[in-house]
Design a protein around this ligand. Structure first.
Ligand code: NAD
Length: 261
């Protein structure tokens, strides 16, 4: 798909990190960009910087998604591009030990369900609504292409670490639905791809001490550093540009394979 000012894009999680870089990249390439995020101040600042639109949306709340879509479509028309970057990275072992008594305590189900609600169900809810709207649009080319969806899993979808059962399950779900969604949407000319980032330097990493960041960076075979958010954004732009990419998960990870811890 070629980008120009007639193409509307929605980026969830666009207020920060990988989503922010993607919103900036899509806008620089000519698209009209709407940022769906819960961080209002940061989201509005990014939207203002790129001539885009901020919509305060919680992807776990269907009414909130619908209000965001109504606002974005009133300003930009129906989206041709959806990039799902909204997400959280919960970490908790299946069994924890009470400090005072040594009693073993099982992982609660509520926090597992919450992680899945944001990372997986939120991604699904966005795709269901946006792809259905894309299907109503006129095709852009002789192939019949109408839209592109890019979602964000993680290398943890394939090699989740200790304490990552919730995160890995949610991201494996995002990866697992990629091919069936691409098959569902083929007749409507909508492509679906998923990126599995390795270790990327985003605000998530700023909380870590310099020492931990350096040791994480060293664990990447080549290039031996954390990924930069714009490298993620450039892969999104490549997926949008290359019409044969469909139904696939792409690792963007400098050849890292996560060890158990
Ligand atoms: N940074 C990495 O190394 C890395 C690696 C693998 C996967 N990922 C994935 O990439 C995505 C982006 O991560 P990031 O590193 O840019 O993190 P980030 O924290 O900088 O950005 C995530 C954004 O999602 C938003 N968000 C969270 N819950 C939301 C909700 N319910 N509704 C709407 N927005 C919500 C946050 O407000 C935030 O702006 C996440 O899905 C993350 O799991 C990141």
């Amino acid at each position: 798909m070629k980008l120009d000012a007639t193409i509307a894009a929605i980026v969830t999680g666009g207020a920060s990190g990988l989503g922010e870089a993607t919103a900036r990249g899509l806008a620089a390439a000519g698209a009209k960009v709407a940022i769906f995020d819960m961080q209002q101040d940061k989201g509005e600042a990014v939207a203002a910087a790129i001539g885009g639109l901020f919509c305060k949306v919680d992807v776990t709340d269907e009414a909130s998604i619908d209000a965001g879509l109504a606002k974005a479509r009133a300003a930009h028309g129906i989206e041709r591009i959806l990039v799902n970057c909204a997400g959280v990275a919960p970490a908790k072992r299946l069994i924890s030990k009470k400090r005072d008594t040594g009693e073993l305590v099982a992982h609660d189900v509520a926090s597992f369900a919450r992680g899945v609600a944001i990372n997986l169900t939120g991604t699904f809810a966005m795709i269901a609504r946006c792809a259905t709207a894309m299907a109503s649009l006129a095709p852009l080319d002789a192939d019949g292409q109408r839209g592109v969806v890019v979602s964000t899993a993680s290398v943890a979808a394939e090699d989740g670490q200790i304490g990552q059962a919730t995160y890995a399950a949610s991201k494996a779900g995002v990866l697992g639905m990629t091919l069936p969604l691409a098959r569902d949407l083929a007749q409507y000319g909508v492509r679906v791809c998923t990126i599995l980032p390795g270790l990327f330097h985003t605000p998530m990493f700023d909380g870590l001490p310099e020492e931990s960041r350096a040791s994480l960076a060293k664990s990447v075979p080549f290039p031996s550093r954390l990924g930069r958010a714009d490298e993620y954004a450039r892969l999104v732009l490549s997926i949008v540009d290359n019409d044969m990419l469909n139904g696939v998960g792409i690792r963007l990870d400098g050849a890292i394979r996560l060890a158990p811890r």
